[in-house]
Design a protein. Sequence first.
Length: 168
Amino acid sequence: MSTHPQLVSRRTFSVFRLSLLVAALTIWLIPTPALGAVIQHTTVPLEGLEFPENPCGEGLVHTGGALHVLVTMTVNDNMVSGAVHFQPQGAKLVGLESGDAYVGTGVTRESFSESLTNNQATATFVDNFRIIGKGQATNWLVHIVTHVAIRADGTISANVDLERIDCR
């Protein structure tokens, strides 16, 4: 198993992003009876997005497809929870050097919950994406599961429970 520095940085950035989100929610949300909502539901074009460093071989560029984004949140009298979901739809990629064709699949999901009475929070990040090569092109498979907890005393723990990056 190899760990690519860009993937480690991405995971660290996700933990930082969640910490900021949890802090903002604590400040901005006023406890109310249960309230649930879809905060964001959109599709973002992927064309032109590059993966210049691919641990399984050459750099890749998106030539089509989109990223489905769904953000939900629920607030009740003492708890806030939510989820963020990213999933490629029709993602097509091409090798920058070989011109080999690839398809992007998988899902990246983040879920969190925070107590509005004692500031305890938990979050789970699941990154499960696959860049599948057609023909002889190498597949790039990533599966990472991370759990973060913030205790009432402010202690933060983060555990990478699963990290698997394969080139097949």
